[in-house]
Unconditional design. Structure first.
Length: 322
């Protein structure tokens, strides 16, 4: 395979850190651009083909400096924790909308191909699962902060299409459906697995929203990295959007049960209404299931790691925080 010089915004985040590892393994030269402390990629710091730049995508000038000789940019920097986008809609919109616009503007100017991390959230509350890439988006009102993340990501997608058609900027959009694995957020974030794990590890009651009947599909990070690194080097994927997820539909209650069993935890389950957890006005999505035929047809990919196996690996990683 021909090697490339690749920029990964959000490269010190959960998915970004695994991506940087894989790209280096494949022989590419990688710049991780992220405003965090970079501890998730600390083990890569001394690598001869790796560079970590600590700054914000809101800083367009510094961002543009990173584009010298870049072939591909994976744009993964974002506020992605549901707790944060409910509590800090302004910060979320700044990064996820304005930051993305900065990135796309610079990439288009420099003629660099963009891999954009979008989300299953953009389908909103559409009850007709599984969702294919052309399914309707059914979002709540703009006064519900929950939707600012989905809206910003959807605007980013529109911009990708617009830059592609009007400025010939190549892109591929990934719509991720609940990715998990080692280095997912700090314990206690708003994403369900680290949120549950914190309670389990502290042997505290586990708070489950409503009755835990809502369903998700969870895709293991290694499977995702395989999908996105293939798509990035598949010319026929250009100008398209792909769902990336598992088809194993799991209720939140079942997830909690599975985690408790695998980790031999003792916590009791306590069922709480959404408004007590997120404040008034939070809206959840009852079922979230991808149709993944498009990515299978394009590159022959489907998720292969069973939830139980992926959770085992994830729990092993987090057990260091016991
Ligand atoms: N993990 C999932 O299940 C999932 C699902 C759907 C979409 N996504 C998208 O995938 C991408 C990666 O998600 P993740 O799970 O790795 O999240 P993450 O929070 O671990 O990574 C995001 C990274 O972006 C960085 N960042 C935030 N603001 C920044 C800024 N202004 N400038 C530079 N860096 C900044 C953060 O420091 C963090 O390291 C995000 O765009 C997210 O929206 C993830």
């Amino acid at each position: 395979m021909k090697t490339s010089k690749i920029l990964v915004t959000g490269g010190a985040g959960f998915i970004g850190s695994h991506l940087c590892e894989k790209l280096l393994d494949q022989g590419h030269t990688v710049i991780a651009f992220d405003m965090s402390d970079g501890l998730k990629i600390e083990h890569l710091w001394g690598h001869e083909r790796f560079q970590f730049v600590r700054d914000s995508i809101l800083n367009e000038e510094i961002l543009e400096e990173q584009f010298k000789d870049i072939d591909i940019v994976f744009h993964f920097a974002a506020v992605a924790d549901p707790k944060r986008y409910v509590m800090d809609p302004l910060g979320t919109l700044e990064v996820d909308l304005k930051g993305t616009l900065n990135l796309l503007k610079v990439a288009s100017r420099c003629g660099v191909k963009v891999m954009f991390a979008s989300t299953s959230e953009i389908y909103g509350k559409n009850p007709n699962v599984p969702w294919s890439e052309t399914s309707e988006r059914v979002l709540g009102s703009t006064h519900i902060h929950r939707w600012c993340y989905a809206t910003a990501k959807a605007a980013g997608e529109h911009y990708c299409y617009a830059y592609y058609e009007q400025k010939k900027m190549p892109f591929v959009i990934f719509r991720f459906f609940n990715v998990y694995g080692p280095r997912l957020d700090d314990l206690g974030s708003g994403r369900v697995i680290p949120m549950f794990l914190k309670q389990f590890l502290e042997n505290k009651p586990l708070y489950i929203h409503d009755q835990g009947k809502q369903t998700r599909t969870f895709v293991y990070v290694d499977d995702v990295i395989e999908a996105i690194t293939k798509l990035a080097f598949t010319p026929k994927a250009e100008g398209q959007v792909f769902n990336i997820g598992s088809t194993e539909e799991t209720s939140i209650l079942k997830l909690a049960d599975l985690m408790r069993r695998i980790g031999h935890f003792q916590s009791e389950f306590v069922f709480v209404p959404y408004k007590d957890a997120f404040g008034p006005g939070f809206e959840d999505i009852p079922r979230r299931v991808p149709d993944v035929r498009k990515i299978y047809d394009a590159i022959g990919w489907k998720s292969t790691t069973p939830l139980e196996v992926g959770l085992q690996k994830t729990l092993e990683y987090y057990s260091q925080y016991k």
